[in-house]
Design a protein around this ligand. Structure first.
Ligand SMILES: Nc1ncnc2c1ncn2[C@@H]1O[C@H](COP(=O)(O)OP(=O)(O)O)[C@@H](O)[C@H]1O
Ligand SMILES: [Mg+2]
Length: 453
């Protein structure tokens, strides 16, 4: 094993017993310890306890013999990062080592980010330290104080509205109103009156005079989201306000002067729309005096841990739920997922974990299926021992272990085994594990469908 790992570029020290290992670890704490479970003097469990007692910052992989799943379970309970069932192939060894080391580097990165607490990790409400975000913050800082029109480009969920708000609160208009209008959310025919307002009787149904968003935003910032949805004729009206700082209410005669800073956003390719004649070129340049581009989350994965942690804290606080730290397993999946819905999707995933948490513990089983699917499974692939096995007793044993580990919580135990709740209950019945429980039927939604007997 040492040869294999050395060839892979790892630096290794070998020890023949737990005590010898502890002496070695006194001088240099390794990232990873690989140890046997059964050893002549003190066993793997004792090594794990020593590591814990001495507060050593290292991960441990325990090697257990086949047919001793109980030892593996015990090892994991005592803090082992993983276990290998003997005999294993060199590829299984490599994989386990890689996985544990990768998890460690995530943890270390996580701690580093947390310890940098006071250093700027974002801008306004924006979170993110990636170089592409730093560039964004620098530009924002430069233009926030000006009245320059800003066009924000970015995929859905990247934080375009947040950028607009941050620009507003960083400007000398901060005391004024911030008004947002999503051009895609209102019918085309209503956008004009929504923007500029209308006089009473301006059109059928206009029973009262109405101030438009431009009036509401007077002295502040008007955020026009999804500007690409604005119909061409209205694009001309908007261009006129931007150039002349004056507008007319629908059905009105007088011109109203306007002191509004416009920030627009689009998740569509505006230059392409200009080329296709769908967006006015002059308006595009007028809006794009300063262009800000927010990178998609998948291009700045290094921000995922910080975002996840912060969103977790926020969500827990918002729901008044006390939540433990983010399990590394979940973080790893977060890191590997491609986040088509960007930060919004991440925020939703985190919120879901918070709401479904069991006693404050976030469960990987509560991840949205597409996020959960995004990675190769974490368990060492189970291999059928050469001598075969007793299926029924193994299955029954796993059910009992899952129940025990989850303190009898069946929903959690089902998740732990990757089983649908009904399928899990069916198996409990089969192995006679369901009958002695008096609170049956109070936990799951589908108990009524189970025939007992
Ligand atoms: N960099 C970020 N830091 C913190 N929260 C963010 C960030 N980017 C987006 N969000 C959050 O994600 C959600 C979507 O952001 P939003 O500004 O509405 O995106 P967009 O307008 O680009 O679709 C909001 O809840 C927002 O607070
Ligand atoms: Mg938006």
């Amino acid at each position: 094993m040492a040869d294999i790992l050395k060839r892979d570029g790892h630096v290794l020290a070998e020890a023949a017993s737990v005590d010898e290992a502890l002496v070695l670890m006194d001088s240099a704490v390794p990232d990873l310890v690989l140890c046997d479970w059964r050893m002549p003097e003190r066993d793997g469990g004792e090594l794990l306890k020593e590591v814990e007692d001495r507060g050593l910052d290292c991960s441990v992989i325990v090697m257990t013999a086949y047919g001793s799943i109980a030892h593996a379970v015990e090892a994991v309970r005592l803090g082992a990062a993983d276990y290998l069932a003997k005999p294993f192939e060199r590829e299984a060894l490599r994989l386990a080592v890689q996985r544990v080391l990768k998890t460690r580097s995530l943890e270390v990165e996580n701690r580093r980010l947390r310890s940098q607490g006071s250093q700027a990790e974002g801008y306004g409400e924006l979170i993110g330290k990636a170089p592409s975000m730093q560039l964004l913050y620098r530009t924002m800082q430069k233009v926030a104080a000006t009245d320059a029109t800003v066009l924000i480009a970015g995929e859905s969920g990247t934080g375009k509205e947040l950028v607009a708000r941050s620009l507003h609160s960083g400007s000398n208009r901060a005391a004024g109103p911030f008004v947002a209008l999503n051009c895609a959310a209102i019918p085309e025919t209503l956008i004009e009156s929504e923007l500029f307002g209308h006089e009473r009787g301006a059109f059928t149904g206009a029973h009262r005079r109405r101030e438009g968003r431009f009036s509401e935003a007077e002295g502040g910032t008007l955020f026009l989201d999804e500007i690409a949805s604005m119909p061409l004729p209205l694009q001309s009206s908007l261009l006129r306000v931007l150039q002349e700082r004056r507008f007319t209410r629908l059905g009105g005669t007088g011109e109203i002067s306007s002191d509004v800073r416009v920030v627009a956003a689009s998740n569509r390719d505006l230059p392409q729309m200009v080329a296709d004649g769908l967006f006015r070129e002059d308006l595009y340049y007028r809006l794009n005096v300063v262009g800000l581009e927010i990178p998609p989350l998948r291009s700045r994965r290094e921000d995922v841990p910080l975002l996840a942690e912060t969103l977790l804290e926020r969500s827990a606080r918002a729901h008044g739920i006390k939540i433990g730290s983010l399990p590394v397993e979940i973080l790893r999946r977060f890191m590997e997922y491609h986040w088509p819905g960007n930060v919004r999707e991440l925020a939703n995933a985190v919120e879901r974990l918070v709401l479904l948490a069991e006693d404050g513990a976030l469960q990987a089983g509560d991840l949205p299926p597409e996020v959960a699917r995004s990675t190769v499974g974490s368990a060492v692939p189970f291999r059928l021992p050469a001598e075969g096995l007793d299926w029924e007793s193994m299955e029954g044993d796993l059910l009992r272990q899952a129940l025990k580990r989850c303190d009898g919580n069946r929903a959690a135990a089902a998740r732990l085994l990757g089983l649908a709740y009904k399928a899990f209950l069916y198996r409990l019945e089969k192995y006679g594990l369901a009958s002695d429980d008096s609170d049956i039927g109070t936990e799951g939604p589908d108990m009524g469908n189970i025939t007992r007997g």
